[in-house]
Design a protein around this ligand. Structure first.
Ligand SMILES: [Mn+2]
Length: 309
């Protein structure tokens, strides 16, 4: 089945604007209408929930790095594992485009996988897929589309912006973990807060905190973030929010880390960064591959399931 991956990756490199746009259209139609039971998970608003069973592959920021994405799927053999076991789930933590040169190719691969395994793949929303009034700089995606797709670029870009609005705010694995792209704030109290953060934005800033925030060891509560959006949140925030949702661990991306991952807040926050190369200087990328039924108390005990490359 490794052929599946090779085929999709080689398509990604040659596909034209018309076919690419069609794939994004199909993905918008599929993902935006997901509700209730979808394969291995349960969808409520833009929150996906599932029990701590089966294998999970969790991938952090990719930022246009097709090589790392290919390596992760190859090493983990997870396409075959998803085929063999319908309870195997892949969660992407967001930030698919910008920075790296292969944004279109990364989108092509993840959307093709979503079409192939709709009930086993969850695509979280990153700050690079945020609402239009929370822009990121630099945002290379439109320029990469223009180089790649010529005159069709604008239509393709508009379609993919539509997709951004449908990507997931959060994932909860019951009694196990909460997954988001960025971080937490004390305003996140109920499942509705997570599920409908995009509908309540901009009156409520929960979506901004989910997409932009970072953990800090220097504070207990929260303070303004140097990023200019979201907050820095301290250990007490992590404890209060995770305890409120009855989970042990926050799994998130968003921050480059030298080893491809890092652990904060007494083992209750695991950061994964799954791409390599400029403009970041991390030596390793990393992803998490684990059986969700495995007993654990903190992220330190999951370190042997974090694969560095
Ligand atoms: Mn990010």
């Amino acid at each position: 089945m490794q052929n599946d991956l090779q085929r999709i990756v080689s398509e990604a490199v040659v596909v034209d604007g018309e076919v690419f746009k069609q794939l994004v259209e199909e993905a918008v139609e599929l993902i935006c209408s997901e509700n209730g039971r979808v394969g291995a998970f349960e969808v409520y608003g833009r929150l996906a929930r599932f029990p701590p069973m089966g294998e999970a592959l969790i991938i952090g920021d990719l930022h246009g790095d097709l090589e790392s994405l290919t390596k992760i799927l190859e090493q983990s053999n997870f396409i075959q594992r998803m085929r063999q076991n319908p309870s195997s789930v892949t969660v992407f933590l967001g930030d698919y485009g910008d920075r790296g040169y292969s944004s279109a190719e990364v989108y092509y691969v993840i959307l093709r996988l979503k079409m192939l395994f709709p009930g086993q793949i969850i695509l979280l929303r990153g700050n690079h897929e945020g609402p239009e009034d929370l822009p990121v700089y630099p945002h290379d995606l439109p320029f990469q589309f223009r180089n790649r797709f010529g005159k069709l670029w604008r239509m393709v870009y508009e379609k993919i912006r539509e997709l951004f609005g449908c990507l997931y705010n959060a994932v909860i694995v019951d009694a196990h973990s909460l997954m988001v792209h960025g971080g937490l704030s004390l305003q996140m109290r109920t499942l509705e807060d997570l599920a409908f953060a995009h509908k309540k934005y901009p009156e409520k800033r929960i979506l901004e905190d989910l997409l932009w925030s970072d953990p800090s060891e220097n504070i207990n509560e929260a303070c303004t973030s140097p990023r200019g959006a979201g907050v820095l949140f301290g250990r007490r925030v992590t404890e209060q929010v995770l305890d409120g949702f009855g989970v042990k661990l926050l799994i998130r991306g968003h921050e480059p880390c030298w080893w491809g991952f890092k652990i904060n807040h007494n083992g209750r926050v695991l950061t994964l960064f799954s791409r390599k190369g400029p403009p970041y200087f991390n030596e390793y990328g990393a992803y998490l591959l684990m059986n969700l039924s495995m007993e654990f108390h903190n992220a330190e005990q999951l370190a042997s399931h974090v694969h560095k490359f």
